[in-house]
Design a protein around this ligand. Structure first.
Ligand SMILES: [Zn+2]
Length: 99
């Protein structure tokens, strides 16, 4: 563990959260490193009807918004094979968290 990742973890607790919540990973959060990476995420969100991701506004198609997630969550989130199954589970858990 470097000092940097500790700082990142502290900031994560205060002002960032994992948008995907697909795993119980509590490691450092990452954000899309390219527009293509963001688009892949967005496509998965459309299939999953993930309101948090779909609600993110961008000014232009080339803009990468500030969205944070765990690497592990992202790989689960964008895994097509599991999309249908976890979509049903996700719907339930999002509701539980919000209300
Ligand atoms: Zn996560």
């Amino acid at each position: 563990m470097s000092e940097d990742s500790e700082i990142l973890a502290k900031r994560a607790r205060r002002e960032m959260h994992c948008f995907l919540r697909c795993s119980d990973d509590d490691g450092a959060l990452v954000s899309p490193n390219s527009v293509e990476s963001w688009r892949t995420l967005r496509r998965a969100a459309e299939l999953r009807h993930h309101e948090d991701i779909l609600g993110i506004q961008v000014n232009s198609p080339d803009e990468i918004p500030e969205v944070y997630y765990h690497r592990k969550c992202r790989s689960i989130f964008t895994m097509k094979r599991d999309l249908e199954k976890s979509f049903l589970m996700k719907k339930r858990s999002v509701r539980k968290i919000r209300r």
